[in-house]
Design a protein around this ligand. Structure first.
Ligand SMILES: [Zn+2]
Length: 142
């Protein structure tokens, strides 16, 4: 059985993956102007400052766009075909590309999603997304 390729993060991105191992989703916040950004970049695309830190976000958002993949681009994904790759518009105004842990027929533009953390081994935990149940779900249990 083939094993899926795993992240081999640069020094710049290591904080993102270290947080994922702790079950937290973090992105960069510019210390000069406050703008949030993702993917990790050495300088702020808004003000060019190199002064930044990691900030934890909720991991909630909606599907901005998606594609259904019918051809496995790696042998380890063959048993997942067809699978969904989506761009998620996070509540924190950044977008993140992810594979969705949902059957293709469940996925739609603007569907609410939330992050979950898929622990592969001691060194690798992948932030992934799934469809989020409506916020009024707990109303039904009262
Ligand atoms: Zn900035």
């Amino acid at each position: 059985m083939n094993r899926a390729p795993l992240p081999d993060p640069s020094a710049l991105a290591e904080g993102f993956w270290a947080a994922a191992r702790q079950g937290r989703l973090v992105i960069q916040r510019c210390h000069a102007c406050g703008v949030l950004r993702h993917y990790p970049q050495p300088r702020c695309p808004h003000c060019q400052s190199s002064d930044w830190g990691w900030t934890e976000i909720t991991g909630r958002g909606v599907i901005h766009s998606f594609t259904v993949t019918h051809q496995a681009f790696h042998p380890s994904w063959a048993d997942r075909v067809p699978y969904v790759v989506a761009t998620v518009e996070l509540d924190d105004a950044v977008r993140m590309v992810t594979d969705l842990d949902e059957p293709a027929e469940m996925v739609a533009i603007d569907a609410p999603v939330e992050v979950f953390f898929d622990r592969i081994d001691d060194e690798h935990t992948l932030p992934r997304f799934r469809i989020r149940q409506p916020d009024n779900a707990d109303e039904q249990t009262r």
